[in-house]
Design a protein around this ligand. Structure first.
Ligand SMILES: [Zn+2]
Length: 101
């Protein structure tokens, strides 16, 4: 099983970034641009993404707290928190996958 499943399982056409990033509704159904097969997001992968998202937020909190305890100003700790959540969040979202509806 590939780590990323962001292509049509039938014809391997890439799913557009707008669908993946701007319209990631779990209930969405859409036709493949290449073969017209109906696609949807994988529920099991979405569960992994949700758990990973929670871990990303915990990691962000931990990173910010660590930076704060090192004596840096609160603003720096907040930046560390946001940066950690964004970077890990994007990586986690890459695990989202599509399958045939
Ligand atoms: Zn297709």
């Amino acid at each position: 099983m590939a780590l990323t499943q962001r292509r049509c399982p039938k014809c391997s056409t890439k799913v557009g970034w707008a669908r993946l990033w701007l319209k990631p509704w779990i209930w969405a159904r859409w036709p493949c641009q290449g073969c017209g097969a109906m696609l949807r997001f994988s529920l099991s992968r979405r569960l992994i993404v949700a758990l990973g998202g929670i871990l990303a937020m915990i990691s962000g909190y931990a990173a910010g707290e660590y930076v704060r305890q090192q004596g840096f100003p609160l603003a720096v700790a907040l930046i560390a928190t946001v940066a950690t959540v964004v970077v890990l969040g994007v990586l986690v979202l890459l695990l989202d996958g599509v399958k045939l509806a």
